[in-house]
Design a protein around this ligand. Structure first.
Ligand SMILES: Cc1cc2nc3c(=O)[nH]c(=O)nc-3n(C[C@H](O)[C@H](O)[C@H](O)COP(=O)(O)OP(=O)(O)OC[C@H]3O[C@@H](n4cnc5c(N)ncnc54)[C@H](O)[C@@H]3O)c2cc1C
Length: 593
């Protein structure tokens, strides 16, 4: 769009907003009173043919950003020289770290949180997507397809659970069948394997939870389910086993850039001197790109919440399913009755909702997730949940799995997607600053795509370093296999008995809801990348993930962390320094002094 025309359109959004061209980007400036106007202006400005991207600097009146920062400051990294500095330890940073460890590179990962997978990478549906909803030319599709294919080998190499029950998109009306055929045809052309239209009887053989209103739907066999934080942990632990160093509670605060090159990165633990920076900072990736003087995109955070259903109802669905985006659902039916215009309007609204459809997801741990919705928010770390969202999700899921009621919900969680206005990943070498590599705007399907993106990013990084004269050699000692310690509840009886006889700690159950033994918690605290927080143990072996949400096991888990780390229980944090749980010492157990 011509800039004059855009300015006219922006005037209609808010007269306080202006646009200018700068360094190949479209820059939006000014001030407005509603976040929806900031987002609307950003969307209007997208013109992939003319510009590298939208840099949206519009201020929201009265809004003060509350970015979480580490509570610690020291000089433990002062003067550190590394080949590769990775910023962010979500699944993107962890996958990049593992790829780096295939080479003889000195790689450091810094993460402002207290563990890996503290951002979106632990707050998502864990679906290994098929790619059906992404544009043919998009990076999302390219890396989703590659990543989906990689998952089978990755899960085997890294000991991370993966199931492929497929994904189902239900339709309701006969007039939606031809649309389904078109979707299948485009899916085939995109290279998505195993798409079939099935009637409700055939679908019911795959997943018994076919809703009463569905006449059939598309089954996509390549759809899978994994544990996203276990995958992130496994990638990071394997990288650590192969020589990568991780520093938590360490935040990139600024950069010194000269002649198109990052010379140093300031952190709360001193200044690091990297040859290359990989930007994997999730919802803050545009801020990191700006520090590097290479910003060509803007993240507009988009929140999604899930309801977690008790395992007792886990049998109600065995796959990931939801209504197709081009479907009118029963609760919308009344609104469109008798009006084709309304029906078409609603279909278009559903298709453009930026959500892949509210879904019912059978998780790898036998829970069911209901969600997520897609809400634009200025807060990049908005993880709180609210009653209204929970009510909406309950109402919408009711049409898919009516057997689930409110009392089956054990908890809620939210995550924030790092969407760019172009609604695509940014995967490339820096344009103005050459020694930064972007793994940015990695919103959904980032869990699926990150391992594939990391392969390209690290290949380009190695090529760049070699061009700069660094003789980067392959790491012949690279060990691709990673193993998690045994999961006692999943063992056959005989094997479990033998293990408990060898080590009685595996017979002492600490978390009754999830059947987690003392031995398993102890193992998690002795891994190649041990993290001494309550959430870290929870993510690794699940104490606190069950019905009682840690009500019974927390004191014992704190004791075990204290034993392994040498810390006092009252020094142990929930997630990172500053979130300590206890106000004073724990009462000794019976029989202890
Ligand atoms: C609700 C929801 C549902 C989703 N469902 C799916 C799904 O089913 N399947 C799928 O494939 N994808 C899904 N996704 C997308 C997926 O979760 C993300 O694409 C992926 O996790 C992004 O990983 P990341 O490593 O790029 O970002 P993150 O996991 O957010 O990691 C970025 C890290 O950078 C750190 N950081 C930020 N700034 C700094 C700094 N200055 N210094 C140091 N560290 C910093 C952050 O603390 C964070 O840990 C979903 C996302 C959401 C929100």
């Amino acid at each position: 769009m011509q800039i004059k025309k855009l300015r006219k359109k922006l005037l209609a959004v808010d007269p306080g907003i202006t646009a200018r061209e700068a360094d190949g980007c479209l820059v939006l400036e000014g001030e407005t009173d509603e976040w929806s106007k900031v987002v609307k202006a950003g969307r209007l400005a997208v013109d992939k043919k003319r510009y590298l991207g939208v840099v949206n600097d519009i201020r929201l009146k009265g809004y003060v950003e509350k970015e979480r920062r580490p509570a610690v400051t020291d000089d433990s990294l002062e003067g550190e020289q590394v080949d590769v500095l990775i910023i962010g330890a979500g699944i993107s940073g962890a996958a990049a770290a593992r790829e780096c460890s295939r080479y003889r590179l000195k790689t450091l990962v810094i993460e402002k949180g207290g563990d890996v997978a503290v951002g979106q990478s632990s707050r998502n549906g864990g679906v290994v997507h098929t790619g059906i909803s992404f544009g043919k030319k998009s990076l999302k599709l390219k890396y989703c397809l590659r990543g989906n294919e990689m998952y089978t080998r990755l899960s085997e190499e890294l000991d991370v659970p993966l199931e492929r029950p497929g994904q189902i998109m239900f339709i309701r009306h006969r007039f939606e069948v031809p649309i389904t055929r078109v979707v299948k045809w485009t899916g085939d052309r995109k290279g998505i394997p195993g798409i079939r239209y099935l009637n409700r009887e055939k679908l019911a053989k795959i997943d018994p939870a076919v809703p009463a209103w569905a006449i059939g739907g598309l089954h996509m066999a390549s759809g899978g389910i994994t544990c996203p934080y276990k995958m992130t942990i496994a990638l990071a632990e394997n990288a650590a086993e192969n020589g990568v160093r991780f520093c938590f509670e360490t935040m990139a605060l600024g950069m010194k850039v000269e002649d198109g090159r990052i010379l140093s990165v300031q952190t709360n633990r001193g200044t690091v001197f990297p040859k290359v920076v990989i930007n994997a900072a999730g919802t803050y990736a545009d801020r990191i790109a700006r520090m590097a003087e290479d910003q060509t995109f803007t993240i507009h955070p988009r929140k999604g919440s899930y309801l977690v259903v008790d395992k007792k109802k886990g049998h109600l669905s065995t796959s990931s399913m939801g209504k197709a985006p081009y479907t009118i659902s029963p609760y919308q039916d009344a609104a469109v009755k008798g009006s084709l215009k309304k029906a078409v309007g609603m279909l278009l609204e559903n298709i453009h909702s930026h959500s892949k459809g509210i879904a019912v997801i059978h998780t790898i741990d036998n829970n069911i997730l209901l969600g997520p919705e897609a809400i634009e928010t200025p807060d990049r770390e908005s993880t709180e949940t609210d009653r209204q969202t929970a009510d909406t999700l309950m109402q919408i899921q009711h049409e898919v799995v009516p057997e689930i009621s409110r009392s089956d919900i054990i908890t809620y969680f939210s995550g924030v997607r790092s969407a760019s206005y172009e609604e695509d990943f940014v995967v490339r070498q820096g344009i103005r600053t050459r020694n930064i590599f972007e793994m940015a705007a990695i919103q959904s399907p980032g869990v699926t795509a990150a391992p594939a993106i990391a392969v390209d990013i690290v290949r380009w990084t190695v090529d760049y370093l070699r061009e700069q004269g660094l003789p980067v050699e392959e790491n012949e000692d690279f060990r691709p296999k990673h193993r998690f310690p045994p999961v006692v509840r999943e063992m056959p009886d005989e094997e479990r008995d033998a293990l408990i006889r060898r080590d009685p700690d595996y017979g002492e159950i600490v978390c009754r809801c999830e059947e987690v033994s003392r031995g398993e918690i102890r193992d998690a605290l002795r891994s190649s990348l041990p993290v001494y927080t309550l959430d870290a143990v929870k993510r690794r072996v699940r104490p606190g993930m069950g019905r009682c949400q840690g009500g019974f096991c927390t004191p014992e888990v704190l004791r075990l962390i204290a034993e392994a780390s040498g810390m006092k229980p009252e020094e142990i944090a929930k997630s990172s320094t500053g979130s300590e749980i206890l106000k004073g010492p724990i009462r000794p157990r019976e029989g202890e002094g």
